[in-house]
Design a protein around this ligand. Sequence first.
Ligand code: TEU
Ligand code: CA
Length: 575
Amino acid sequence: AETTPWWKNATIYQIYPASFKDSNGDGIGDIPGILSQLDYIQSLGVDAIWLCPMYDSPQYDMGYDISNYEEVYAPYGTMADVEALIAACHERGLRILLDLVINHTSYEHAWFKESRSSKANPKRDWYIWKPPRYDANGQRRPPNNWRSFFSGSAWEWDEVTQEYYLHLFAVQQPDLNWENKATREAIYESAMEFWLRKGIDGFRVDTVNMYSKDPSFRDAQVLDSSIEWQAAPHLFCNGPRIHEYVREMGQILHKYNAMTVGELPHTPQVADVLSYVSAREQQLSMVFQFDIVDLGFSRSQKYDTVPRNWTLPELKQRVRSTQHLMEGTDGWSTAFLENHDQARSVSRWGCTDTPELWARSAKLLAMLVASLSGTLYVYQGQEIGMVNAPAEWPVSEYKDVESINHYKFVRESTADDSVALERAKKALDHLARDHARLPMQWDGTANGGFSSDGAKPWMRVHDNYQLLNVKRQTLDPDSVLSFWRKMLRVRRAYPQVFAQGSFVDTDSEHGSLFVFEKIGDEQRLVVALNFTAERQAVDLETHLGSGSHKILIKNCEAGSLHELQPYEGRVYIVA
Ligand code: TEU
Ligand code: CA
């Protein structure tokens, strides 16, 4: 008989090492800090942890710029600490995934140092080097108009060898040249097998669809003529050789029985997603689709946006398309609302106007995401309803390269125009990656218990830590944390409907209520969620039908089948 792999019904807890728990008072979270909280992590009822990069790195992009795949970033701990963490997880029956960042390395990686040293170096071709173009005035220009994810041109000029190198992300993150077989083999050995041999259970694969670029390196279409550099994802995502590469990786992973969750931005078509996760392809176990978290971003520019620039019908449509990927196919996917690149979900999709609505809407979002099919991911702090950094904080509190570069770009391109800068700050307050990177709030003591008293955390601790923290919520049976624990227990008890059921939306155009069903072989769920701060009329009687039903979880005392309270949510099971 076919056995379900462990990861299908699993919930995976994502840890951002710098911001989880600082064990030695230097203000930076670390591996011993994670080890000290394994009881807590396990108490949530999760099956595995995913650790964001903890490799050696100059930290221009928080460790997504790796200078040595086979060393641990010293402030996080030692190799022995990581080995101890792997062993401690396994002793408890928890699995552990590491982050695999192989589209690019740090510019301080030994490979890049060699590559940039001369055109004749044997590793020259390990990165993507191109000669300049010249404009009508004889001015040197980059090889094309591609924009980097972190603002500006995606090309950097190198004085020594008089060529440009490609960097889709920061200047300090040169893209590897996957066309070169020796490069691929070195990546597989150093970044993958080195860690697989240590017994990890799999990888979260960073930017997995960007290894193969359009070989023409042609200019991207001009979407916004006011900006010099254009978004070009269609020219470097899902390129012509991508499946050859991912299949090659899959063969190695297969030897170790390792699972993978690949990051799949800029891939809205279900057929394209399926080409990575269809079981018979043996490429990736599952992917992170961006349909939901990218809702409201403009095509040319993430921060060209205003708060609450989404509607419930749009959100439902994104949920539906990701859920349908798994129906009637042999593909698998994920359910998530947060990660280290996203603003806090309760600030984005819920309501933080009052403490009551904050708690209720955080629970509502828990019911939404934990009722969806696919492997469930919970990001540290989500389980206590952590919120975005206060808008009153000055822009200098933003530390992320994406935020800093965007603000700088606006400042320089508008000559310090205060209206433009205010708009840029608002966009950051709403969507910056920094919000997810504030220190974890453990208790009401100094630094929220993240770091010892007197230490200076690398990012400022949220002002609300005395009210919003793990310790306080552990003692309160009605807290967001207690709710998440119950939610995960319920999900685990009925995998056929929660993790594997088919998703049926019921009134996709309704602008206030999200009522959907999950159909399993013997049972079905009815999930009713009110996404507004007003009471809403509903007809649950019709949805529940004549079979026997009971409430599995709810965030409000009321029980009318005809009305939902502000941000009320309920999950029924119907036999
Ligand atoms: O992110 C890759 C990615 O696709 C980006 O578009 C990301 O969604 C964007 O930064 C959001 O604004 C991954 C990592 O998760 C991210 O932290 C890294 O900065 C990036 O790769 C480069 O390694
Ligand atoms: Ca530390």
